[in-house]
Design a protein around this ligand. Structure first.
Ligand code: COA
Length: 166
């Protein structure tokens, strides 16, 4: 029901303040909002999508280009307003963002998060195990949009400078 009333769409410049507010509420602090603000106003390619419920932004997801395997993205942050959780808004935002990344020709996506949550989208810690990262461990996961994009890569990933402040 909630999902049917929600539009999942690319963000517009006018959404900026609402996006920052929802990320602040989702994470209970400023860090992720600041990260989003730097990334969406910065030079790197991003995929930024909002969940819009009756013109109220209740969720936001951001993917930004990563230095590492060719055509690779970092998924961070994903935030859903605490008042609107468990309605599959996070799931739908993630599925839509992955589909968009595929359509745009990206080859892989990395995330640092709960493997149970991100496993449902096909992210795997095992796949990312050989990649050197500032965030090592099972929470560091990868999803291939092009077969072999991560499995055949040997090297490191470097996140945008904006991640240093998180
Ligand atoms: C994680 C988050 C985006 C999920 O949004 P949501 O719209 O409530 O998620 P959905 O309704 O699509 O999915 C609900 C599932 O997520 C799980 N979940 C909720 N919060 C979670 C968390 N912080 N970590 C792992 N799983 C979580 C729920 O247990 C539920 O699991 P189930 O489907 O097995 O019952 C939201 O809880 C949030 O914004 N959390 C704070 C910010 C955060 O931790 N973001 C993720 C960063 S990696």
């Amino acid at each position: 029901m909630i999902l049917e009333k929600t539009a999942f769409r690319p963000s517009e410049p006018e959404d900026r303040l609402a996006i920052l507010a929802v990320q602040r509420r989702a994470f209970g602090g400023e860090a992720e909002a600041k990260l989003v603000d730097s990334l969406i106003s910065g030079p790197l390619p991003t995929i930024s999508m909002v969940a819009d419920l009756d013109r109220m932004i209740v969720g936001h997801i951001l993917l930004s280009q990563l230095e590492g395997p060719q055509k690779s993205l970092a998924l961070a942050p994903l935030g859903v307003d605490p008042e609107w959780r468990d309605f599959l808004i996070g799931t739908e935002l993630t599925n839509r963002a992955i589909a968009r990344a595929r359509d745009e020709g990206w080859h892989s996506i990395f995330v640092f998060g709960d493997p149970v949550y991100y496993g449902r989208f096909g992210f795997k810690s095992e796949l990312a195990r050989h990649v050197t990262t500032p965030y090592p461990g099972p929470a560091f996961q990868a999803l291939e949009l092009v077969q072999g994009a991560v499995a055949e890569y040997r090297g490191s990933v470097r996140y945008a400078d904006a991640f240093d402040q998180v």
